[in-house]
Design a protein around this ligand. Structure first.
Ligand SMILES: CC(C)(COP(=O)([O-])OP(=O)([O-])OC[C@H]1O[C@@H](n2cnc3c(N)ncnc32)[C@H](O)[C@@H]1OP(=O)([O-])[O-])[C@@H](O)C(=O)NCCC(=O)NCCSC(=O)C[C@@](C)(O)CC(=O)[O-]
Ligand SMILES: NC(=O)C1=CN([C@@H]2O[C@H](COP(=O)(O)OP(=O)(O)OC[C@H]3O[C@@H](n4cnc5c(N)ncnc54)[C@H](OP(=O)(O)O)[C@@H]3O)[C@@H](O)[C@H]2O)C=CC1
Length: 427
């Protein structure tokens, strides 16, 4: 089904009206609609089956970012997040970029690494070659554990053997299983394989196997997004497009060289990615760990994205990073809203989900840099955060918008000012 992801005036609707709009656009059925209209889509019984010691459920706002066009296809993006201005900024940039062809994305195959740590070896390089000599046998043992995955075209495809000849515990040989996990995030899948090959690895090397676990530096499972924006599209009332581009390039240069800035820059990227990961029931710690480890791959922590000026003066942004996400496994099938998010996204493979996530990350990065390089982050962010502050100060009903409005008009968005405004109005 081809949808139009534009959401004009969406912000002026109330949540029920917004839901009705998305129900129509995404073709949600009555049961799916009910999940979003009732409070609590996750039954306590299901929650109790997901983790340990459950006593309740913790809810987050669930929103839809509009205007995304990815590889020519319109996509509505569900986002579960607690931070104001994230969804607005993503939608804003998607709207702006839409006029210049949207986001172009691509991805590698869904290859994950599992590591098997071998200790107690005197000749680590000799052990390495012995292991590589038995490469096919090790692959076959790994694959004997997961017929479903093999049937789907996945499974262990290769091995690598890394040697650390000097460690505080003597030489260490690390066997990597390179596993195509298809539409799973794959942690459990590859961990099972790593445990399965351990005994044979001990026999081959004469060493002792310790850890058998996936690596969250999923550098063989990359997703990429690219965007190209003419200066004219970045023009605003107060800033020429060229000035905005120059500011974004300066901001990028700062993040590229300074880890203090890169951490914040990358947090801005994750502002877009994490809400998609959460909304689809995926493991956001795995995605975060992979992202920041990948940002260090050149030996120092740096920006995950790049921003450049093309020969014709257009702004060009790219993002390439690990994206270990699944449509099966973990909570992706147990949490009812995770399935619903996939329906809204209209995606069929984990690779498509990975590509959507990086496109949203790049949009979010662009939104933050555009604001930072021009008027600063506070006007847009604090204007939206003002409602949060008003609620925290005790405002209810119509007071929430009124107190927020008054704080924004006074350019003073603070909890004590909100409390003061509330007290004044009650007096
Ligand atoms: C917040 C905006 C978008 C306002 O920007 P604006 O210029 O006031 O927006 P506008 O009123 O012209 O609206 C433009 C479009 O933005 C969207 N939009 C606009 N407002 C809303 C809203 N209320 N609800 C829903 N959507 C909204 C919406 O799509 C709208 O188009 P429409 O659909 O109306 O035709 C802008 O100031 C912005 O992008 N700011 C950046 C915000 C940001 O990055 N927030 C993240 C939190 S800060 C942080 O944690 C990361 C950081 C900054 O540290 C990272 C870093 O340092 O790199
Ligand atoms: N460091 C980390 O990041 C760690 C993360 N985790 C957790 O692991 C979970 C994810 O593990 P994961 O392996 O994805 O989950 P699961 O083991 O739950 O699901 C994967 C399994 O689903 C089956 N399957 C069915 N259809 C498909 C398909 N189309 N593509 C791929 N597999 C399919 C496969 O085999 P079969 O049917 O035979 O089972 C596969 O092994 C998350 O909850 C994560 O939090 C766990 C440990 C460490």
């Amino acid at each position: 089904m081809n949808i139009d992801s534009s959401l004009p005036n969406f912000r002026s609707l109330d949540p029920a009206q917004r839901l009705a709009h998305i129900v129509a656009k995404a073709g949600l059925d009555a049961r799916e609609t009910a999940l979003l209209s009732q409070s609590g889509a996750l039954p306590l019984e299901t929650a109790n089956g997901m983790i340990e010691n459950v006593i309740g459920k913790f809810e987050l706002p669930y929103a839809v970012a509009g205007y995304f066009q990815i590889n020519g296809r319109d996509v509505l993006v569900p986002m579960a997040v607690e931070e104001p201005s994230v969804v607005a900024a993503a939608s804003f940039m998607a709207k702006l970029v839409r006029a210049s062809g949207g986001f172009q994305t691509s991805s590698t195959g869904p290859l994950m690494r599992a590591q098997v740590q071998v200790m107690g070896i005197g000749d680590p390089y000799g052990a390495r070659l012995a292991l590589l000599h038995h490469r096919q046998e090790i692959i076959d043992i790994a694959n004997s554990r997961d017929q479903v995955l093999i049937g789907l075209g996945g499974g262990c495809k290769d091995i690598e053997v890394h040697v650390f000849s000097e460690t505080p515990r003597g030489p260490m040989v690390i066997v990597h299983l390179i596993v195509d996990v298809r539409d799973a995030m794959g942690a459990n899948t590859v961990n099972t394989m790593a445990e399965a090959v351990a005994q044979r690895i001990e026999q081959i090397t004469g060493g002792t196997v310790r850890l058998r676990i996936l690596s969250n530096l999923a550098d063989l499972r990359l997703a990429r997004a690219r965007v190209q924006v003419p200066a004219a599209l970045l023009e605003s009332k107060h800033y020429r497009g060229e000035v905005v581009i120059d500011g974004i390039i300066d901001a990028y240069a700062f993040a590229a060289i300074d880890p203090y800035r890169a951490a914040t820059h990358n947090k801005g990227i994750m502002n877009g990615i994490d809400p998609v990961i959460v909304a689809t029931g995926n493991d956001w710690r795995a995605v975060e760990a992979g992202a920041h480890a990948y940002a260090c791959r050149q030996g120092h922590y740096t920006s995950l994205s790049t921003w450049e000026i093309a020969k014709n003066g257009d702004l060009v942004g790219t993002l390439e990073m690990p994206m270990p996400v699944g449509l099966v496994g973990g909570a992706t099938k147990t949490h009812p809203l995770a399935r619903l998010s996939l329906k809204i996204l209209q995606i069929k493979t984990a690779q498509e989900l990975a590509e959507v996530a990086v496109a949203v990350g790049l949009a979010q990065n662009m939104g933050a840099l555009r604001a930072l390089a021009t008027e600063g982050i506070q006007r847009g962010h604090m204007a939206l955060h003002a409602r949060n502050i008003a609620i925290a100060a005790g405002a209810k009903g119509a007071d929430v918008d009124r107190v927020a409005r008054e704080m924004v008009a006074a350019k003073d968005v603070r909890a004590d000012f909100a409390a003061q405004l509330l007290k004044q109005d009650r007096a």
